[in-house]
Design a protein around this ligand. Structure first.
Ligand SMILES: [Zn+2]
Ligand SMILES: [Zn+2]
Length: 120
């Protein structure tokens, strides 16, 4: 094999390797840097945007931002329940006892577990 061909093949192989190693979603070794707090965190600490991409900022920053937003908002007295509903603070204790809320949370939990099981 000529020297040129050999080098060309090497370059081809290296390019392929580079493609494999290049981080996706900015993930390196299952870790990712948050765009808000700039802390390198485990991928599990980031929420998913959809099935293949994860959010740029970590879950903690997202929660903080949401909390700040609602504090400065007219909705300040409303609490985001796990079931996805915003509930006025004074009703919250009663709300989480409702079947509707408990059912929704249970269903979401089951769906999440199913999702995780499928990923494995
Ligand atoms: Zn963060
Ligand atoms: Zn609820």
């Amino acid at each position: 094999m000529s020297e040129i061909k050999k080098i060309e093949e090497e370059i081809f192989n290296l390019k392929n390797k580079l493609k494999e190693l290049r981080p996706r979603n900015g993930i390196v070794d299952n870790k990712k840097k948050c765009t808000k707090c700039f802390i390198i965190k485990d991928v599990s600490e980031f929420r998913k945007k959809d099935k293949t991409t994860i959010r740029a900022d970590c879950a903690k920053c997202q929660d903080l931002r949401n909390a700040k937003y609602y504090k400065n908002n007219k909705e300040a007295k409303k609490i985001l329940c796990e079931c996805g509903l915003y509930v006025i603070g004074s009703y919250f204790k009663d709300h989480i006892k409702t079947k509707r809320c408990q059912k929704t949370i249970l269903r979401a939990k089951e769906a999440k577990e199913k999702d995780e099981a499928e990923e494995k």
